[in-house]
Design a binder for this molecule. Structure first.
Ligand SMILES: [Zn+2]
Length: 312
């Protein structure tokens, strides 16, 4: 006996993931392949359509049904128009009507969502944010992404641009960010930011990665340890803002910087306690993300399951 599913799609700059997700959040099938984003929109959309068709075909062959498809895409998207407006991770994409093209080719109802929002909802629904009413997700990777779940619902803001936590100013007049601002959280707390701090502190020009800085920190390199403390301090400034503004129950942290948790979190929590009101700072709990690279597909599908559920 097959089950009804929603197909969640996570269209990343590097990997494309497509999953059939049951109403309880179980991943019935999962398909992964490289996005090959450099080829531009048309081949990528063909790969999305082929993968959705393959997953949907498998569900139907097993006696199940597909309730709809939710596409999580990176960058600036318009949910109402169903377009990818622009995306640093998808070269050549400019006002691409992704939703309607996938809907026309598959014959399935399709929705479009921002990928960071989908990941935040995924962690809230089935991951490290389960059971709490308000959760903030921060993804510390090459950049810093984020998403807000407030009162059990995704907070998208007036233009779908909410949750850009990586671009909170933590250092007036600090490093120049790719967004045009200076002193964004991302320029200190991302993997790139950690490497920049290490280069500044040690005066090296050699090519180093965040993993290398992490290794050196464990070997006792003072500059490497200081680089992670800098990341932690800037995170603490952002945590204080989030805690005073939103009083969230949980802040979930994901991304490639996460294995260095013990190198940056003490500084982050110290900075939080110094800056935020005592009660919400004591209330908030920090947790590592639980779903890894499946948060996006899970959350994309979860958002439609939430809409399909009869109102309580
Ligand atoms: Zn920025």
């Amino acid at each position: 006996m097959g089950v009804p599913v929603v197909i969640g799609v996570d269209l990343g700059g590097t990997n494309l993931r497509v999953a059939a997700v049951a109403g309880d959040g179980e991943l019935v099938t999962l398909h992964r392949e490289p996005t090959i984003a450099r080829e531009g929109p048309d081949p990528v959309i063909r790969r999305v359509v082929t993968a959705v068709d393959k997953v949907a075909g498998g569900v139907v062959a097993a006696g199940g049904s597909v309730r709809g498809v939710v596409l999580g895409a990176p960058g600036i998207i318009s949910r109402s128009a169903g377009t990818v407006v622009a995306s640093p991770n998808l070269p050549g994409w400019s006002d691409v009507p992704l939703r309607d093209r996938v809907a026309a080719a598959t014959g399935l109802p399709v929705l479009l969502e921002n990928d960071a929002n989908a990941a935040a909802y995924g962690e809230y629904w089935r991951g490290a944010g389960r059971g709490c009413g308000s959760m903030v997700l921060l993804t510390l990777g090459t950049g810093v992404g984020g998403g807000l779940v407030l009162g059990g619902d995704l907070w998208r803001g007036a233009d779908g641009m909410a949750g850009e936590i990586g671009h909170i100013s933590v250092e007036p007049g600090g490093r120049t960010c790719r967004c045009g601002n200076t002193g964004c959280l991302e320029t200190y707390a991302s993997a790139t930011g950690v490497v920049d701090s290490y280069r500044e502190l040690s005066g090296v020009d050699e090519v180093v990665t965040a993993e290398e800085v992490h290794r050196r920190a464990h070997e006792g390199d003072a500059n490497a340890r200081q680089s992670y403390r800098e990341a932690g301090r800037s995170l603490g400034v952002a945590f204080a803002l989030l805690v005073n503004l939103l009083n969230p129950e949980r802040i979930v942290l994901g991304g490639g910087v996460l294995p260095a948790w013990e190198l940056f979190m003490p500084a982050a929590e110290q900075e939080l306690r110094r800056r935020a009101f005592a009660a919400p700072a004591a209330r908030v709990r920090f947790a590592p993300a639980a779903l890894g690279d499946l948060a996006g597909v899970t959350g994309a599908a979860g958002l439609l399951w939430r809409d399909l559920a009869p109102a309580a």
